[in-house]
Design a protein around this ligand. Structure first.
Ligand code: ADP
Length: 403
């Protein structure tokens, strides 16, 4: 049984085709810069090496057509008929409060998704275009929506509400949603396997640290709280995002600077020009920041310290919220690869029973591994995330339930 996972961004389509028997990827790739002259198509299969070339694609429909036709190609392809694809799983960034779990696509679901356009205007229309394009090419093959926000829908109201006048929640659905849910869900399930305990017995703190980062508190397999909020801007310091700031700063900027008069310019400032980039003036990439620190760059050091400190604060808060923790899990680009960040985050958290083994932390590996000392009360685990596989699993589960 094969499942195709599709991730449509505002100007890109990424895909992975899984053979679900052994859960291995058999084809994957992406088309970027859709609608622009510099559009390109990069892809690979288990049978053929990576190829990259310029393409002319005007929209998501043409991009999806190109991808499916190549999967079917007699020479370069990997399937001989579309009917080999049992299901398509679409990654959806924001399900609002309409979707608390993955769903099979129906006309009604598509209408509900349209109602989520305003809450994630950059992402949801692109997802929708991808869904329609896939339906056209793979007519009759069930499609499933898997939401980044769904896993967090178990949060209690006092955790997801903002203390604004209640009418903004009722009218505009302003509340904490949380993101990276597919990743937090995946690593929490893997942690239960590695700890050899049911998820229902575990208290976990999961740290997804990538370009965007979020920390989540999970008890009995259910999210209790998560650091991202109404949008993926809230929470810890990130590559280009400021994370938590005093909201009154926004009012101040509007009053003081003529250029910050609308949501777009302010969003650009806080989402694209802040975080590691904004403070260091150098780069959003942790590798560049670490290199600059080794060369004595003070602003890079400050940016690093701020990012680490913000992560420590969330971990400590969630330890308190959970009233204990069985494991702290690191995942995503920084979480999986950056020993200095993990070391700095875990430093002086021994009062919480979090003790990192310095040597294990430094070992380079792409495997799941424990990096806590033998005496550490809270186990520290690196678990490489696999959002695509989680979406494929969810899609298989959902079509199974609907057969
Ligand atoms: P995204 O959030 O876009 O999915 P990733 O999870 O792939 O991003 O994380 C990308 C980030 O991971 C990079 O910007 C970089 O800061 C960081 N990263 C990747 N490899 C390393 C490494 N070896 N050392 C430090 N940071 C790394």
């Amino acid at each position: 049984m094969k499942v195709l996972v599709v991730n449509c961004g505002s100007s890109s389509v990424k895909y992975t085709l899984f053979e679900m028997g052994n859960e291995k990827k058999i084809a994957w790739g992406l088309i970027e810069c859709i609608g622009l002259p510099e559009a390109f198509y990069k892809r690979e299969t288990v049978k053929s090496q990576e190829r990259k070339e310029s393409v002319k694609v005007a929209n998501h429909t043409e991009a999806v057509e190109l991808i499916i036709n190549e999967l079917l190609d007699k020479n370069k392809g990997i399937i001989s008929d579309v009917s080999e694809i049992a299901a398509v799983g679409h990654r959806i960034v924001h399900g609002g409060d309409k979707f608390s779990k993955s769903v099979l696509i129906t006309e009604k679901v598509k209408e509900q998704l349209k109602e989520c356009f305003s809450i994630a205007p950059l992402h949801t229309p692109a997802h929708y275009a991808g869904i329609v394009a896939v339906e056209k090419m793979l007519h009759g093959i069930p499609s499933v929506l898997v939401f980044d926000t769904a896993f967090h829908q178990t949060m209690p109201d006092y955790a997801y509400m903002y203390a604004l006048p209640y009418e903004f929640y009722e009218k505009d659905h302003i509340r904490r949603y949380g993101f990276h849910g597919t990743s937090h869900n995946y690593v929490s399930q893997r942690a239960a396997v590695l700890l050899n305990q049911p998820l229902s017995d575990l208290k976990l703190i999961t740290a997804h640290l990538g370009n965007g980062s979020s920390i989540t508190a999970i008890e009995n397999g259910k999210v209790i709280d998560t650091s991202m909020g109404f949008t993926p801007l809230q929470g810890v310091v990130m590559g280009t995002r400021c994370g938590d700031i005093d909201p009154a700063i926004i009012a101040y900027l509007i009053d003081q600077y003529p250029e910050y008069k609308d949501g777009k310019t302010l969003n650009d400032l806080m989402n694209k020009k802040s975080g590691l980039t904004g403070v260091s003036g150098l780069s959003a990439d942790m590798r560049d920041i670490l290199k600059a620190i080794s060369e004595g760059n003070k602003k890079a050091q400050l940016a690093f310290n701020m990012l680490v400190y913000s992560i420590k604060k969330y971990i400590s808060a969630y330890y308190g919220v959970l009233n204990d923790a069985d494991a702290l899990i690191f995942t995503a680009g920084i979480g999986e690869n950056s020993a200095p960040v993990r070391e700095a985050v875990c430093k002086n958290l021994n009062a919480l029973g979090i003790e990192l083994d310095a040597e294990k932390n430094k070992e380079r590996s792409s495997e799941e591994r424990f990096i806590s000392t033998n005496n550490s009360k809270v186990k520290i685990i690196i678990i490489p995330t696999n959002e695509e596989l989680m979406i494929a699993r969810e899609s298989r589960r959902v079509i199974g339930n609907n057969e």
